[in-house]
Design a protein around this ligand. Sequence first.
Ligand SMILES: *Cc1c(COP(=O)(O)O)cnc(C)c1O
Length: 422
Amino acid sequence: MLLTLQHAIERDAADPLRALRAHFAVPRAAGGEPAVYLCGHSLGLMPRAARAQVDQVLDDWAQRAVLAHEHGHRPWITYHDALAAPTAELLGCRADEVAVMNSLSVNLQLMLASFYRPAGLRRCILIEAGAFPSDRYAVTTHLQWHGLEPGEALIELAPRAGEDCVREQDLEDLLARRGEEIALVLWPGVQYLTGQAFDLPRIARAAHDAGALAGFDLAHSVGNMPLPLRDTAADFAVWCSYKYLNAGPGATAGAFVHHRHFRSERPRLAGWWGHELATRFQMPQAFRAAHGAAGFQLSNQSVLAAAPLVTSLGLFREAGVQQLREKSVALTAAFEQLLRARVPEAHIITPREPAARGAQLSLRIGADAQRAHRVFQWLAAHGAICDWREPNIIRAAPAPLYNTYADVFTFVTRLEEALRSA
Ligand SMILES: *Cc1c(COP(=O)(O)O)cnc(C)c1O
């Protein structure tokens, strides 16, 4: 049965997670009413309590200054260490495999420094042809750093002709064919443009069977769906915290290092914050890595950029990652059903199977890219916030922490109107 506004309101009233929305600040549309915000895949909404969390850091700074490193409300020296455990719950891994630090692209560069070690014939990096630009720049510059030509050492896998999504089978076939040349597979958990969620254990297995390492970019996965890093045996992963994790613009990001690499002799780009804590402030000359992923930290951490993450991770714990996923699957299914019924012109390129997607649906709007862009602008002007990716893709994601069935209903109604007026 097709969702009506009345059904949407009833489903929201019956939602066991409905109280969470009040914890977030929802922007207003031009008319003063709350906007329909389906852009949590780009920048998650602000948890209201983040303000108090940031204020606490400012207060500690004002009242205790340097003493807050050890005597803050949450001492700054170990501020980020406490974020590893709740993050690990979202990733499905051990807390000591997580370092909350830096930003995503920086972490990717650091991980590549340790895990991309071309040797002999095995020199290539395999990425998807549609990789996010920063990921592409990172691997390309690493190849150059090692004196290799990206034209020769970068292998890209594209979807089959006429398809939008990459098949895991094709990745397995490529690895079976050219595995001996491949040192590293860098793959997204959820593809940023299409919203396709990949079978990460399967990809890691294929990489390892070929003798390559497997690294994942989880920018669009973490907080979007429960993750199985424990079962994937991935070598490393990186993510940011401002998308589904709602930690604010440029918030402190994270990296995962599998525990089998803790004792390895891999080189790393080190800084004093990665030195073991017990002797860090004795200022020793020789670097002794802290246990686990924490040993990959470089600098004393940006506490202000991590404070909202404390709040947000608390809300994830309260909600439960499985409950969030259940709501997310149902909410995105209702969104899809409405779109197919009411706006068939918006072609959904995201896979249909719930296991192969998260919250986001990506819509290709007709053949005329200029008209598609007018549709997007009309939506923005009428309080329906989503985002635009060239040449003609609108991405919209109902985030289960704060979005409602009413949001989804209103968005589709606006999209119908936008297509009529564009
Ligand atoms: C959002 C995103 C990034 C962003 O990188 P920053 O370093 O946080 O600016 C990188 N890679 C992917 C796949 C993304 O989706």
